[in-house]
Design a protein. Structure first.
Length: 642
């Protein structure tokens, strides 16, 4: 009888082992089948969205559709299928193990209700097994499956919100911002649910404290994820550059983030048992105290909102505003919530608080257009012919190419002065930034014309001297060409000589500024071809923000792309790897421009509607440089980024 029981036990163990092996094999097979089905479902959904999101009026050829399907299939299969297959295999194997353990306990008359003591608390064997299984499954879900699922979810949301835009850079930035918080959220959620629904709250010490902390942290983490997603989706839809000014969109986006986060904070505080009225009152008192203590800051923020809504000027406009007792004149390079920054023609970088801008009068010389009427007052002696003077002035204004012919120049007789007949001259120029340069040229020509025609410009004498006793005036016998630099068209100079002037282009190399190896690969073909067609030398610049090996390696790779293409096209090229140090990147670029004296600065940039930093650098450079800047929009295709 003893022998038969041993045989039966061996048979039971053999049967359980066989069932375990078959269960594991079946789990692997089922995981593969289900993973392939889910992956194919995502592939079909992405293909349909990509086809619907194509450019209107541009129908894809069969070859393009085949290439699109192959690219999406390869990318999704590489990212989603391995992780999904792995997590499903683990889940199925755990189910098989639970079944085998249950059968094993029944075969040998063991009970899962057997209690295991842990300090003052005791748990059954079944509860401990379930708790461990839940933690292990949750851990593998977070470490293996969460990352590709989050990436796929972000891709689908952005495809639905903006199907016609290339958003690789945006999606990767959102994923990078969300992945850590998402893992924290699900880690706390798995532990919280496992403790509450498996072990039971009555068997867990300090459960009340842990419950409140877990709920508060999960709500704050969830709020952060919602804030990031909504901010990016708003930036691509309602706050996109096509529908709204950039700095207005930035201001609205920041306040939307703050509002949503405050709502989430209130929900979290109420969820852990605080009185809603007490929470609202406390936040109100804190806000009032902060507003009272930071009156100027709050006033500047309110003025920043007002500027963002009214939009009296935008980045790049030439404005004049009264600040610190003087008229400040310059180009707007940045508009923030607290202050507005301008650069004067003298190169002064001035930060003006927004409450000053909102309170004082602001003259905008760039709207509705950049034309400006310039007025001069010129006096001639009573013995000179005013008709001749008027004729000479109008002829000079009509000869200068930088003075507009429409509206036409005008000359009025303003008044009879104490020493002169005063004429008022009004003419229009194409850009307000050139007013001083053009005024200088107009006055030079009027002085030369009056001297040649005998029209006298009088001035009061304090000592009577007979004119024959005065020394003979010295005159320049040779022709002189006076250089004229225009801030709005800094690469051009007017050739000044008797008669109409001409505009010529200054010689100099092309300076290309690049920011990364990817940007270099995308923009180098266009820039090298441009240098070849213009017959110019090419200087390529990479500015390192920090002098560490990784940044230096990126710069070397970017410059290598330009050298390789330039050598192939036969273009002379010089590469510069510079360190910004403690100064901004744009100021370092300005230093290099002054050293190399280029005739044109060419930059390629990644077209992403929500990339503010790069667009800010470009805007500041265009305001500060006195050479032309050519921008090459570079769109990174998905197949190039993989």
């Amino acid at each position: 009888m003893q022998l038969s029981i041993e045989v039966i036990n061996y048979l039971k163990i053999a049967g359980l082992t066989t069932a375990l092996i078959l269960g594991v094999l079946l789990s692997i097979y089922l995981a593969r089948v289900i993973s392939r089905w889910i992956t194919q479902l995502f592939i079909n959904l992405e293909i349909n969205l990509a086809v619907k999101g194509g450019k209107e009026g541009k129908k894809r050829t069969p070859e393009q559709m085949k290439k699109l399907r192959r690219r999406i299939t390869r990318r999704t299969s590489q990212r989603l299928y391995p992780a999904l297959n792995k997590i499903l295999q683990i889940m199925f194997i755990f189910i098989v193990l639970l079944i085998v353990v249950q059968v094993f306990l029944e075969f040998f008359n063991l009970s899962l209700t057997m209690e295991v003591g842990v300090g003052r608390y005791s748990f059954t064997l079944a509860l401990i097994i379930k708790f461990v299984v839940a933690l292990v499954v949750g851990y593998f879900f977070i470490q293996v499956l969460l990352s590709p699922l989050l990436e796929s979810l972000i891709s689908l949301l952005f495809l639905l919100a903006a199907p016609r835009k290339k958003l690789l850079g945006v999606k990767r930035r959102v994923y990078k911002n969300l992945i850590a918080v998402t893992k924290l959220f699900f880690s706390i959620l798995v532990i919280y649910l496992s403790l509450k629904h498996i072990l039971g709250t009555e068997n867990i010490p300090f459960w009340g404290i842990f419950d409140r902390i877990a709920i508060f942290v999960m709500i704050i983490a969830g709020t952060y994820m919602v804030v990031e997603m909504i901010a990016e989706l708003l930036a691509l839809t309602y706050l996109s550059p096509e529908k709204m000014d950039v700095h207005t969109a930035q201001a609205i986006g920041k306040f939307a983030k703050i509002a949503i986060f405050l709502i989430g904070l209130m929900v979290a505080l109420v969820a852990i048992g605080l009185n809603p009225l007490a929470v609202a009152t406390s936040l109100g008192l804190i806000g009032f105290a902060l507003a009272f203590g930071l009156q100027d800051t709050v006033a500047n923020l309110a003025a920043g909102i007002q500027i963002a809504i009214d939009k009296p000027f935008k980045i790049g406009d030439r404005i004049r505003v009264t600040y610190m007792g003087r008229d400040t004149w310059g180009d707007v390079v940045d508009i923030g919530l607290r202050s507005t920054k301008i650069v004067t023609p003298e190169g002064e970088y001035i930060t003006i608080p927004n409450m000053i801008v909102a309170k004082e009068q602001v003259w905008n010389y760039s709207r509705p257009d950049k034309r400006l009427a310039e007025t001069l007052e010129i006096g001639i002696s009573y013995g000179s012919d005013w008709r001749l003077a008027e004729k000479l002035i109008l002829e000079i204004l009509n000869e200068i190419p930088l003075v507009l012919k429409t509206p036409r120049p005008l000359v009025w007789m303003k008044e009879f002065g104490e020493f002169s007949v005063n004429l008022e001259v009004r003419y229009w120029i194409p850009d307000a930034r050139d007013k001083y340069a053009i005024r200088s040229e107009v006055l030079k020509r009027i002085k030369d014309a009056f001297d040649s025609a005998g029209v006298e410009i009088p001035f009061p004498y304090r000592t009577v001297v007979f004119k024959r006793e005065l020394p003979k005036e010295s005159r320049l016998g040779e022709e002189y060409r006076s250089p004229l630099v225009l801030p709005s068209l800094g690469w051009q100079e007017a050739a000044i000589s008797p008669g109409p002037g001409e505009i010529k282009i200054l010689e100099g190399p092309l300076l290309a500024a690049t920011s990364s190896p990817e940007a270099a690969r995308a923009s180098a073909p266009y820039i090298v071809t441009l240098a070849k067609n213009l017959g110019r030398k090419l200087t390529v610049l990479y500015v390192m923000k920090e002098a560490h090996p990784g940044e230096r390696q990126k710069g070397s790779q970017a410059l290598k792309e330009f050298r390789r293409l330039a050598e192939r096209e036969g273009v002379w090229v010089e590469t510069l790897l510079e360190e910004a140090g403690k100064i901004p990147v744009e100021l370092k670029i300005l230093e290099v421009v002054k050293e190399t004296t280029p005739s044109l600065v060419v930059m390629g940039y990644l077209y992403t509607p929500t990339e503010k930093s790069e667009s800010g650098i470009v805007t500041r450079l265009m305001s500060l440089l006195d050479v032309p800047v050519m921008l090459i929009p570079v769109i990174f295709e998905e197949e190039e980024e993989e």
